[in-house]
Design a protein around this ligand. Structure first.
Ligand SMILES: NC(=O)c1ccc[n+]([C@@H]2O[C@H](COP(=O)([O-])OP(=O)(O)OC[C@H]3O[C@@H](n4cnc5c(N)ncnc54)[C@H](OP(=O)(O)O)[C@@H]3O)[C@@H](O)[C@H]2O)c1
Length: 260
């Protein structure tokens, strides 16, 4: 696709998948609004973008910032073609170990911020009779691929469910909804997640087997507007999903767990 003259808003653009995706869209000609808390990191990402960017540093748990993002993007270029809800916060804790404040933070960033941005973007896209809503979920939004991360799995399942509902609701408006399901990706995600101290280095052992943020970003861009609703950005992510889906289907045939 030629993205020249198209306007994208990417949350979580200061690192990892969001930074790589913003740059990939910019290389294809898009103007990109870069959103995240770390202004210095957004500045570095902007320098690597060949096309004009709009830097909007802020915290997505702040409702006034969420509303501002779409308003400022439309004020900048007069339209919004692609909204990418990418910002995310991992939590490597079971529900019983999770404080309510942590649970709220995870849901604010992974789910409620996406809802608010979609609410702001849809009227703009309806007026344009065109637009893409791209929600970055996870294979963990489709299957429970690992234990002791139920709060994270729940937020990502909610994002997939929201996307499914929106797809139906926005039928006939010209707005396309896609939900992206990456698997393990080499980013700062594991260092910045709640409960990172509990990962005990096991994640480093997996690093070689992970996708890179650039691979995931290229996979996403190549499938934007393809008509695929659930998108696995890489073959590795698709294979991981297939493997876990079969395993989970087997396990979930019964509600009985193994005895303690
Ligand atoms: N890495 C993986 O293995 C993996 C796998 C499946 C799905 N995903 C999903 O992919 C997405 C991107 O993650 P990543 O792997 O690229 O991780 P990352 O490098 O840690 O990026 C997360 C981004 O979210 C932003 N963010 C977090 N809290 C925020 C807040 N309160 N306000 C505004 N921005 C906030 C961060 O920016 P600031 O800190 O500057 O605010 C950062 O830009 C997430 O939705 C994640 O759940 C990741």
């Amino acid at each position: 696709m030629d993205w020249t003259g198209k306007v994208a808003l990417v949350t979580g653009a200061s690192s990892g998948i969001g930074a790589a995706l913003a740059q990939a869209l910019s290389r294809r000609g898009a103007w990109v609004t870069l959103a995240a808390r770390r202004a210095d990191r957004l500045q570095s990402v902007a320098q690597a973008c060949p096309r004009e960017t709009l830097l909007c540093p802020g915290d997505l748990t702040d409702p006034s910032y969420r509303g501002d993002l779409v308003r400022r993007t439309v004020a900048w270029k007069g339209r919004l073609d692609v909204l990418v809800n990418n910002a995310g916060l991992g939590i490597y804790r079971s529900l019983e170990e999770t404080r309510e404040s942590e649970l709220r933070q995870v849901w604010e960033v992974n789910f409620l911020a996406a809802c608010a941005l979609i609410q702001a973007a849809v009227p703009v896209m309806k007026t344009q009779k065109a637009g893409w809503i791209v929600n970055i979920a996870s294979t963990g939004g489709l299957v429970a691929h690992t234990a002791h991360v139920a709060p994270y799995l729940a937020a990502k399942h909610a994002l997939v469910g929201l996307s499914r509902g929106l797809r139906k609701d926005l039928d006939g408006t010209g707005i396309q909804v896609q939900v992206i399901c990456p698997h393990l990706t080499r980013t700062e995600f594991f260092a910045s997640c709640i409960g990172a101290e509990g990962l005990d280095g096991w994640i480093e052992d997996l690093y070689e087997k992970m996708d890179t943020a650039e691979e995931v970003a290229e996979g996403i861009v190549s499938k934007l507007g393809s008509g695929e609703f659930i998108v696995f950005p890489t073959d590795r992510a698709r294979r991981a999903y297939e493997r876990f889906k079969d395993l989970c289907t087997l396990e979930e045939r019964t509600c009985a767990n193994r005895p303690s």
